[in-house]
Design a protein around this ligand. Structure first.
Ligand code: ATP
Ligand code: MG
Length: 344
């Protein structure tokens, strides 16, 4: 039994599930926003081997029957309208503790192991990348404007800034979806700005003199500053259990995508930005494999800059990054590789 732990709106789940179906692999899907309000679960310690049960669309899943878990962007549980924030917080914490306790009882493969996913934060991953032999841009994370001015004074070229937490747009309204799905009298609170699609993607930007004049705003939130790396291409690596799909994104062919390739998402047609698979040089492939093993990650989307000299500079790994657009534009069989990893 392969257990998918995600939420109702995660676009990559359907393809993976179709892949599992095609292999005849038994699977079930837990949408985390549905527990506990719409789904019953239990964890039983009664003297014998402990186990957990949880309801899904495909029947009740028993931890003892699960051979692999694919965790993909869990959402917070739905909470009925009208609960006080304090009570809502209690529900969220208890539901999360239950799900973790449930998953703690599962043996087998986790994509990704939860501890590895938690550890894959911006700062430690830059440190690990450096230890694995990658070039990493000179970086400062701070809320201290004075420190930034000193960092800029030392820079050989432009400096880029970007958020530390990497807010991404959600686009999902779980409340409406849950009401439609369960047709219940329970009205659920929209979960968060992220869940209702009002969160914004904050792009990497060059620190121009006009923006540098606003550095006092740093007191409200720390920010990452980095030497801007001149690019021939942005490179997106999708790593799946030892397999590497390397894609060059021709982001320098137009002004809008030059600094941050993700701005292509604002275009009417993403496919106008050229994407091309390439064979990564052996040293890059070996470095990525060593990095991912050291990070304990089975799956991840890594961003590199390929410089005009053909060097690769590490920017980040996102352990639950998107890959569907790469698969659609290049034909890289990423979903199939993930299905392989889950069925192994
Ligand atoms: N130091 C840099 N030099 C050149 N370009 C950069 C640099 N840092 C970021 N970028 C550009 O901005 C993009 C996003 O940056 P990065 O992946 O580091 O941040 P993020 O906000 O965490 O992204 P994600 O949403 O993928 O987690 C990069 O893929 C690249 O195109
Ligand atoms: Mg990125």
């Amino acid at each position: 039994m392969i257990l998918v732990v995600s939420h109702l709106h995660e676009p990559s789940v359907n393809g993976v599930v179709r892949g599992l179906e095609a292999r005849g692999a038994p699977w079930a899907r837990v949408n985390t926003e549905e527990f506990p309000l719409f789904r019953a679960g239990r964890i039983v310690l009664d003297g014998a081997e402990p186990y957990g049960l949880i309801e899904t669309d495909r029947g009740r899943v028993d931890t003892r029957a699960v051979s692999a878990v694919w965790m993909r962007r869990a959402a917070r549980p739905a909470v009925p309208r009208g609960f006080r924030p304090k009570d809502k917080g209690f529900i969220v914490d208890e539901a999360s503790a239950f799900l973790h306790g449930f998953l703690d009882l599962v043996g087998g493969v986790f994509v990704n192991p939860r501890e590895a996913e938690r550890r894959a934060r911006k700062v430690p991953q830059l440190a690990l990348a450096r230890r694995c032999g990658f070039t990493v841009p000179r970086t400062l994370v701070t809320n201290d404007a004075q420190a930034v001015r000193a960092f800029v004074a030392e820079a050989a070229g432009p400096v880029v800034f970007k958020p530390l937490s990497g807010v991404t747009s959600g686009g999902a309204d779980f409340a409406r979806a849950l009401e439609q799905r369960f047709g219940e009298a329970v009205e659920v609170e929209p979960e968060s700005a992220q869940a209702t699609g009002t969160a914004e993607l904050v792009f990497s930007q060059i620190l121009t003199p006009e923006r540098a004049a606003q550095l006092d705003a740093l007191r409200y939130a720390p920010v990452i500053f980095q030497d801007y790396v001149e690019k021939a291409f942005d490179v997106r690596i999708t790593y799946v259990a030892g397999r590497i799909f390397a894609c060059r994104i021709h982001s320098q062919e137009a002004g809008d995508t030059a600094v941050d390739f993700r701005r292509m998402a604002l275009r009417p047609r993403v496919e106008d930005v050229r994407h091309a698979l390439f064979d990564p040089p052996a040293a890059l492939a070996e470095g990525i494999d060593a990095f991912m093993r050291a990070a304990g990650l089975v799956f991840g989307c890594l961003d590199f800059v390929e410089t005009p000299d053909g060097d690769f500079v590490f920017l980040e790994v996102n352990p639950s990054g998107q890959w569907l657009w790469i698969e659609q534009l290049t034909g890289a069989p990423i979903t199939a590789a993930l299905v392989d990893a889950l069925c192994a």
